[in-house]
Design a protein around this ligand. Structure first.
Ligand code: N01
Length: 537
């Protein structure tokens, strides 16, 4: 990269103004007094919640857990309305945070980064945007989110489709009018499962194209009662403690009993109670659902029976319940009326395992069984997860080495926080951290606090550069693999946790599955003992 004549200089550049980037800005600027520029591709703050505006978009984490906890005042003053917050409400919250902490003056919107190159000559990161603006900074911190790079499958014929098509993660801000339209949704992950019931109510006809049948637990969403709101505020410290010390960052503890240690009637009653309560906590009924296949089978069977009970058409019920992986081994969706939607007259289900998509035609989608005429196609096909947003940029470290090349066999980090060969680059919720296996706000706060303390330490000790050693990153990689192998997560070969949803992406299990609490202790220990595994110069 040719340095611009006058790059703007900051102590730190943060990429992204979602949950992670905004909190990182606050900490570096207000706690450490650094000069910081946040560069954000969107025309507003909010990250994921700025882009994902598809019908039914809401968070599967409960509202009182999907928020910052770093400020007691903020916790006390913000009021959520529903058990699970809808996208517009989360976006309002993040805008409130931006105003309340006066963050906007350091956030530059509509600014997409093309290149970030570390120069050995001046020990600075040289950053160039799409429009050619240049910046230099000692620290470069990516806050780009784990699920931000849309995965739009290359299905032949899309360019000839005469209707409209959308990816859920790049939804038009003005919304989409489905009234009177024949709509096709491809994808039945968490996003499709949220969107399908809402689109079905609006469209004339909806065709759901399912490749892999999925488990889903009813969300049981509803308005928060005044009692619950009072409880969440009064017990905020306890809630935070639970989230920060358990395996998944959610505000509940996993029961300490095996699914195989109780009799069938008791097990069934426990599942029924969890089904009635709803939400991601269903996983917490037994401690071994993700470790033991026989234990998992009991949950899987219970949910399959529910699907068969809810869906009246036996053909559809069979396709929806023909699930080929253990429960929660892919990210388990929660829903509001998903399976019930297939009882509507205007909803059709196509089993792509039996009749795969052959191509998109000018007027619809052709599968091996024939053509489905459509006016609108919705791609709920997920993301180039965890590495996609990082590798879209040309990131280069020492000696011009390229992150794309270094990660050509899969990402390699130490603790998901840093990459060997890339000094002073920090990756918030990067691959190798609990990230997507964890409720994200607590994980983001932990990463930001760790990075902030690390930079403070560098200042105090007069240290110019930090980067992990190759050995530490190699050892961590083995730990990440071992943690996944200790669960059923590694058994699923078609999961985006492994990169399997993007053709050509290297297969490597990306998030750390050893648990958030354990991971936090590990990071704290590293900081307390002088950063072993990192080279500080
Ligand atoms: O994406 P996914 P998502 N032809 O990759 C199918 C988070 N999230 O956007 O399983 C046909 O899970 C694909 O099929 P298969 C959450 O972490 C959070 O739904 O690969 N089908 C699958 O059915 C979640 O896990 C919230 O066989 C194709 C679907 O598309 C993550 O985002 C809400 C296909 C993609 O499912 C991603 O979820 C929503 C093709 N060529 C999402 N390619 C919160 O509440 C893909 N599919 C915070």
């Amino acid at each position: 990269m040719t340095p611009s004549a006058s790059p703007r200089a900051y102590d730190a550049i943060v990429i992204g103004a979602g949950f992670a980037g905004m909190y990182q800005l606050l900490r570096l600027r207000d706690t450490l007094g650094l000069s910081v520029r946040v560069l954000e591709a969107g025309s507003g703050v909010g990250g994921t919640w700025f882009w994902n505006r598809y019908p039914g978009a809401r968070c599967d984490s409960e509202s009182h857990s999907y928020m910052y906890y770093f400020s007691k005042e903020l916790v006390q003053e913000w009021e959520w309305t529903e058990r699970y917050p809808q996208q517009p409400e989360i976006l309002r919250y993040l805008n409130h945070v931006a105003d309340r902490f006066d963050l906007r003056r350091d956030i530059q919107l509509d600014t997409r980064i093309n290149e970030a190159h570390y120069h050995d000559t001046d020990d600075l990161w040289h950053v160039r945007t799409e429009s050619g603006e240049t910046f230099v900074a000692r620290w470069l911190i990516t806050a780009v989110g784990c699920l931000s790079a849309a995965n739009i499958p290359r299905i032949p014929g899309l360019e000839d489709f005469r209707g409209a098509w959308y990816h859920t993660g790049q939804w038009p801000h003005e919304g989409v009018d489905f009234a009177g339209k024949r709509v096709g949704v491809i994808g039945t992950g968490s996003t499709g499962i949220q969107a399908i019931p809402v689109i079905a109510e609006q469209a004339a006809h909806l065709t759901v194209f399912q490749r892999t049948a999925n488990y889903s637990i009813p969300a049981r969403n509803g308005p928060l009662t005044p009692e619950f709101k009072r409880y969440a505020k009064a017990r905020a410290d306890d809630i935070r403690y639970v989230m920060n010390t358990n395996a998944n960052g959610h505000p509940f503890r996993v029961a300490d009993r095996s699914a195989l240690s109780v009799g069938e009637d008791e097990r069934h009653a426990l599942y029924e109670a969890a089904w009635a309560k709803g939400g991601l906590e269903f996983r917490a009924v037994f401690r071994d659902l993700l470790q033991d296949r026989a234990a998992n089978d009991t949950a899987a069977e219970f949910i399959r029976a529910k699907i068969l009970e809810i869906v009246k058409d036996p053909g559809k019920a069979r396709i929806l319940s023909d699930i080929d992986h253990p429960f929660a081994s892919k990210r388990p969706p929660v829903d509001s009326g998903y399976f019930e939607t297939f009882n509507r007259d205007n909803v059709e289900l196509v089993n792509l395992r039996a009749t795969p998509i052959e191509r998109i035609t000018p007027t619809g989608i052709r599968t091996a069984a024939g053509e489905h005429e459509l006016d609108i196609i919705v791609f709920a096909t997920g993301f180039d997860a965890m590495t996609g947003s990082l590798l879209k940029m040309d990131i280069r470290g020492r000696g011009g080495r390229s992150l794309r090349e270094d990660w050509s066999a899969g990402p390699r980090t130490y603790l998901g926080l840093q990459v060997p060969g890339y000094p002073n680059l920090f990756t918030i919720t990067g691959p190798g951290s609990p990230s997507v296996l964890c409720n994200l706000p607590p994980q983001i706060e932990q990463h930001v606090d760790w990075i902030t303390a690390c930079i403070r330490h560098m200042h105090e000790q007069g240290i110019a550069r930090i980067e992990p050693t190759e050995e530490a990153a190699g050892r961590w990689q083995l730990e990440v693999e071992a943690a996944a192998k200790a669960t059923l997560l590694a058994d699923v070969k078609h999961s985006w946790y492994l990169g399997a949803n993007v053709p050509g992406k290297p297969r490597a299990f990306m998030p750390y599955a050893g648990g958030f609490g354990r991971y936090r202790d590990r990071c704290d220990e590293v900081a307390r003992t002088g950063y072993p595994g990192f080279r500080l110069e």
